[in-house]
Design a protein around this ligand. Structure first.
Ligand code: AMP
Ligand code: TRP
Length: 328
């Protein structure tokens, strides 16, 4: 039986190679054997302040990037979260079955709110909206980076809780599909921190749309160590290990093969070749992006995607409302 895959990315700028290797690349691979639904989660984006004009642009940027990396709208549903009312509607219902205690244990909430009394309620409810996204489509598989593990666990807990109350066929219990250990991409200027969209230093990341010179500069300046040996050892040599991970992901060589290839060579030579491998891989993505982003077909894809998504969402909402006893 074909499985339903669901995932989402927030419409913010600076989508980087961590997002690509952790999430987007999995999205495209899963299309071959599954029915995939990929969302641009704009309702999640407003949990932190956003400029309206920028948000609108970023939504289209991510949509174009989805397609530039190989998501095929003929096979997969690509749509914007707020175009389908069921997300917010189901999130409300799920809020009534989620516990404030479990939500206050979410590390993402703790990191972003830092105990601040004026942290928005939406930031607290963020994981419930994410659970609604997933459960609305009877999703079996959710490809995400490791940092989303806790949210997926919460989604499962809430779904199981509702099923225990209203019947086992209310929700499909989803499973996360996480990265292999080595594929967590770290910041280039501090290999002990995750590569992130929001870090202040632009050279801490490689954004998918960076030009070749910027990519080269970020890699050449990346923080390593002083012992001079190219060896995979995430504990002792986090910088070089991160570069080896990136090299292996983009070159198709295994980590061991990459290590063997550069044994005895200097960091400079390795970094130079790494920059070449990365720019070679990103150039076609950037070209496709530029074309798709200015094409009129983009809005049509999103409109069609929203219609297809909505058809599934409405069916689920009818079922959920019936079970809970809501409506006329
Ligand atoms: P976000 O940047 O939070 O919108 O994340 C979009 C997707 O990329 C999620 O599935 C994340 O788990 C994944 N992701 C974000 N940062 C990284 C990273 N440094 N390495 C690997 N995956 C990541
Ligand atoms: N919270 C996810 C992130 O920050 C984005 C997201 C929202 C998501 N809804 C989702 C991911 C549903 C997978 C499934 O990366």
């Amino acid at each position: 039986m074909t499985k339903r895959v669901f995932s989402g990315v927030q419409p913010t700028g600076n989508i980087h190679i961590g997002n690509y290797l952790g999430a987007l690349q999995q999205f495209t691979r899963l299309q071959d054997e599954n029915e995939c639904v990929y969302c641009i989660v704009d309702l999640h984006a407003i949990t932190l302040p956003k400029d309206p004009k920028e948000l609108k642009e970023n939504i289209l940027d991510v949509a174009a990037l989805y397609m530039a990396v190989g998501i095929d709208p003929a096979r997969s549903v690509v749509f914007v979260q707020s175009d389908v009312p069921g997300h917010a509607e189901l999130a409300w219902a799920l809020m009534c079955y989620a516990y404030t205690g479990e939500l206050s244990r979410m590390t993402q909430f703790k990191d972003k709110s830092r105990g601040n009394e004026s942290a928005p309620m939406g930031l607290f409810a963020y994981p419930i909206l994410m659970a609604a996204d997933i459960l609305l489509y009877d999703s079996d598989i959710v490809p995400v980076g490791n940092d989303q593990k806790q949210h997926i666990e919460l989604t499962r807990d809430i779904a199981i809780r509702v099923n225990n109350k209203y019947g086992d066929d209310t929700f499909v219990i989803p499973e996360g599909r996480f990265l292999k250990e080595g594929a967590r991409v770290m910041a280039l200027d501090d290999p002990t921190a995750k590569m992130s969209k929001s870090a202040e230093n632009p050279l801490s990341r490689i954004s998918l749309l960076d030009d070749d010179a910027t990519i080269r500069k970020a890699i050449m300046r990346s923080v390593t160590d002083s012992d001079g040996e190219i060896r995979f050892d995430p504990e002792g040599k986090p910088g070089i290990s991160n570069l080896l991970t990136i090299y292996s992901a983009f070159s198709g060589l295994s980590q061991a093969e990459a290590e063997a290839r550069y044994k005895g060579q200097g960091y400079g030579a390795f970094k130079k070749e790494l920059a070449e491998v990365v720019t070679d891989a990103l150039t076609p993505i950037r070209r496709a992006y530029t074309e798709i982003r200015r094409s009129e077909a983009l809005l049509r894809v999103l409109k069609d995607g929203a219609e297809r998504a909505n058809a599934v969402a409405e069916r689920t909402m009818r079922r959920v409302k019936e079970r809970i006893g809501l409506g006329t």
